[in-house]
Design a protein around this ligand. Sequence first.
Ligand code: DQA
Length: 148
Amino acid sequence: MNKILVINGPNLNMLGERETEIYGKKTLNQIKEDCEVFSQKINYEIEFFQSNSESEIIECLQGMENKYVGLIINAAALTHTSISIHDSLKIVGCKKIEIHISNPYSRENFRNKSFVSPVVDGIISGLGHSVYITAIFAIKQILEQANE
Ligand code: DQA
């Protein structure tokens, strides 16, 4: 079982239309397809989840149980506000990577605070859509290193 869950927060369903100068022109579905192609090549399976609702994201995190070896989370704006997601992430036992398409630290001050960062293994941001692929690769690497 080499399954990775990718959680996407509010407004990421609008990728491709939303602030394309910041978030690029690909839709979330296109990003998902790119991730599927890449994960197949390295023998991983990927599952995507998107919600605009904080409670649905919390329920998704609670439902992870032992089904995944890794979690990639772009909590979007909830990154900067959600103590509930912070608490839920603490319960998740697998490797966890926080991602952002943009670099929140180069933007407005309110994006400088992340409630996600203290409870994940690593953070990848500011590299455009490639943060998704980079995070999948990072999970593979850290799992392999752990088994060496
Ligand atoms: C984001 C950055 C957040 O600050 C913002 O609220 C988003 C997207 C990113 O991927 O760059 O919705 O997480």
